[in-house]
Design a binder for this molecule. Structure first.
Ligand SMILES: [Zn+2]
Length: 85
């Protein structure tokens, strides 16, 4: 994934790199992509809520999201280069 010279497919504006923020119980994360559909953990099944199992780290890929500075359009990519530093 090349970060250079991305232009917005909607308005040709300049795209800037960022990430989607995920917060839970006092922790802050960057979004991650996982193949397949989420599997509920035992507590989520028991309570019928949306929590899911945490897949192994090797199966999760950090998502980088580009935002158009003109119209706000978002375009995301799942690549290892977007891991938090
Ligand atoms: Zn745009």
């Amino acid at each position: 994934m090349s970060q250079s010279a991305l232009s917005c497919p909607k308005c040709s504006g300049t795209m800037e790199l960022g990430f989607t923020l995920d917060r839970s119980h006092g922790a802050t994360y960057s979004g991650q992509w996982v193949n397949g559909i989420p599997k509920r953990n035992w507590l989520a099944s028991w309570l019928d809520i949306g929590m899911c199992q945490l897949p192994p780290a090797k199966e999760r890929i950090t998502i980088g999201t580009f935002r158009c500075q003109s119209c706000g359009f978002l375009e995301s990519y799942a690549c290892d280069e977007f891991k938090p530093t």
